[in-house]
Structures are given as structure tokens and as C-alpha cells.
Write a protein that binds this ligand. Sequence first.
Ligand code: URQ
Ligand code: ZN
Ligand code: ZN
Length: 481
Amino acid sequence: MGIVIRGGSVVNADHTTRADVYCEEDKITAVGLDLEVPAGTEEIDAGGCLVMPGGIDPHTHMELPFMGTRVIDDFYTGTVAGATGGTTMIIDFVIPPKGGSLLEAVDTWQERAAKAATDFGFHMAITGWDERVAREMDEVTRERGINSYKFFMAYKNAIMVSDEELVAGFSRCREVGAIAAVHAEHGELVYHLQEEMLQRGITGPEGHPQSRPAAVEAEATARAIALADVLQVPLYVVHIGAREAAEAVTRARLRGQRVFGETLAGFLAVDDSVYYDQDWDFAAGHVMSPCFKPKGHPEALWRALQAGNLLTVGTDHCTFTKEQKRMGLEDFTKIPNGCGGVEDRMSVVWELGVNSGRITANEFVAVTSANAARIFNVYPRKGVVRVGSDADLVVFDAQKSKTISARNHYQQNDFNVFEGLEVQGVAVHTISAGRHIWADGEVRAERGAGRFVPRAPYGPAYAGMDRRMVMNAPRRVERKG
Ligand code: URQ
Ligand code: ZN
Ligand code: ZN
């Protein structure tokens, strides 16, 4: 039985038009006015609403074992929460243990993600370097549908990699046709500042931002950009929170370098004053890395987004309960790092971006869906409402309001960084691969219905890049005598 969405305005990244949308199985099969559909077709009234490509969150960590505990949202609860907010695909991170096998880690994440309610993809994290990692990257890219590799420049004594490993890993990304991604913070400096905080007796959450000033993000971002430029590999900088990091990306793009910047819905809405709140749980609930930055940085991130210098808005969804966060009650460096966002991302970006006049509805689709699909090589399967694309759609009511709260959100944590934020613009219907899984307040998601979306290596535009190396340079030999 098909689904027809009637009476809405279809909003893609490049244009808006009044049209009905008809889906059969998992594909969009017709887009047009007053569509004729077979009897028995499910009709969704989108009158007065927008019909947009389902959101793609390029940065999540469902059920990740991390810092001695485990993310409370699993692939089912996390994708259901996302679907209630209009997100129909997540790209999660396979994070092997240091020295572990990439291929074994992929198998582990595939098992975990089998319960997902919407489609998903994977980035691969590089947490160490050896001959096996280099060898397995070829198979992970060619055979396992993963074309992006995240290198952690932070988390010393855990998953942080050295410059030597960055250089080797970036080079390998170019060889296998993959994009390099970085968690760009200067891990040694962060560690040094953390130790300094603790020695001074600063053990509360306020020690977190003071050990991660914007400079630690700016330096690492600029360093990663320089390495990627010399090694001729495209670069995706994840979770940019600092103005200076966004500026580094902007400068690189002005030079024509293939650098893509991601920011987070949280970084666009929240500043570092949260860490100085008297309520420990509230302050600790915002501990994530990079951290929320001082006033002024969120506006700078918006300007970079408006200018097209930052291209995607993710969430870094990595939820922990207050109880879990209290593991760091005596020492802020032990507070599990991570916050939520997969549920509220679309409404938050609509409220603060479109309703404020910062970005248009088309640009909203670009930064919440289409750009991620393009960068990670799944466009136009994903990221656009058009015939032949996946039937991943959100019926978005730009007139409907809600107040975000942990009291009624679908995420499993008992905390929400957007607590109390009133947003106008909510997902009222979500279609995932042709299944109507969110119906105006009713969850109809099926556990395990989500599919892995393989992402092919890049074409010659990326992987075929030849390093500008001079070979057999003509040289003069002075002949003696
Ligand atoms: O660094 C990340 O992206 C992961 C480990 C989630 N934690 C976080 O605080 N962002
Ligand atoms: Zn990270
Ligand atoms: Zn992350």
C-alpha cells in the first residue's frame, strides 16, 4: 500500500514548489499537483505544511561504551527519537578499541544497529595505527560501505592519535578514496589544563570549559587542515564549536581546499555559561567535547552557516543520565562526555535559523539533510524529494509550536540541553523508507526496520588526486675537467 502526501509545499535544498508526493515501497514514485493514486493508498494531509527530505544527522553515538559507561540511547530508541523530530537517517561512529580490528568493530556496530528504526550509515574511527589498520581500511571502504574516517586529536591516554598517525591515516584515506574527519582539539594541551585545574582544586564542571579554551579547537583544526592540504585528502571537521575553528575552515575553503565543516544544533543554541550554574547536574549535563563556548561563538557559527562555510548541522548525540554523569562528581574529567540532540535538531535549527531570518527554508534543508547526503556520497538517494529517491520524508508544520523538555522527550536520558526552549516548527509526520513511522504524536516505528546505507568511495574528484610531486626533475650535473 502506497502513501500519498497531499497539499503540501515540497522544499528541497534548491527549490520550493507546491506538490503532492506519492511513495510506493521505499521509493518516491511521483511528485506533482493533484496526483491520481491507486485505491487503498494511505493519504496524509499536508495542507499548510512543508514536505522536506528526511533529516540526516551525520554525527551520533548510539549505545557507545565510553568513559567507563555506555550511551543510554541505543540504535532503536535513538532513531525513534530522531524520527519524532523529522530525522530519517543517522551516521554513527564505529569506534574500535585502540589496537583493535576495524573489521571486527564494524561487525559489532552492525549487530548493535540491527535494531534501528530508521536507516543508518557509519563513519569509522581511527584510534591507533598499525599495518593491520592500514590494510583493513581498504576493505572497510571498498567492501563495507564506509567512506569516512574520524581521527581523534583529543582524549589523551584513550583514543587520541599522534601527528604521525594522522599523517599515515590521512594518506591512507586518499589511497582508498575516503574522506578524513577529525575531532579537532589539542589533546595534550587539554590534558595539561585538566591536570592544572585538578591541582588547583577545581573539580566541578566549571573545570571542563576552562581546560578546553577555544584555542585548543582552533589550533587542532588549523593543523588538520594543513595536513589535509599537503596530503591532498578531503577533510570533514566534525562538531565545530569555536569561532576560530570555523574561520580556519572558511580560509581553507577560500583557498579552494576541500574542507567541509560540521557544527551542532547545541553549539548554535547554548553557550558556556551553563557550566557555571549552581546546579551540578545541570552543569554536568552539558559536559561534552568540544565544550560549549563563550557568548559570541554561537553567533559566529550561525554566520559561517549562513555564508555556506559550515555545511552541516549534526548533534553528536551521546546521551547519559544524570546518574551516569555523577561518575564525575568528584572529578570533572570523569564526567562522561556527551549530550543529546537527535530529537530536537530539526526544530531547533528551524526556530533559531529560519524563524530568526538567518537562513531560508531551502538552506535549512541543505544543512540538515542535503549537504550531508552530498558530502558522504548518498545523494540523491537521500537528501532530496524527487522521483527515484528514498521515501524519507518529513511533513513539517512551521506553524505548530512546542516547548522542548526532558519531561516528555523520547530520548532516554533525563536531561535536555534545549530544556524550556519554545520552538515553532515541528515534524508532524515522518516517513522512513516508505513507512509512516511518526504520525502526529503517535510512534509507529518498527524495531529493526532501519537499513544500513553503504557509502561508496569517492570518484576521481577526490581519490584520484595526484600529489603535486615533481619526479625526475631535470638536474644539471657539473662535469669535472
Ligand atoms: O568526541 C566525540 O565525538 C564522542 C566521543 C562523543 N563525546 C563528546 O563529548 N562529543
Ligand atoms: Zn568527537
Ligand atoms: Zn562525536
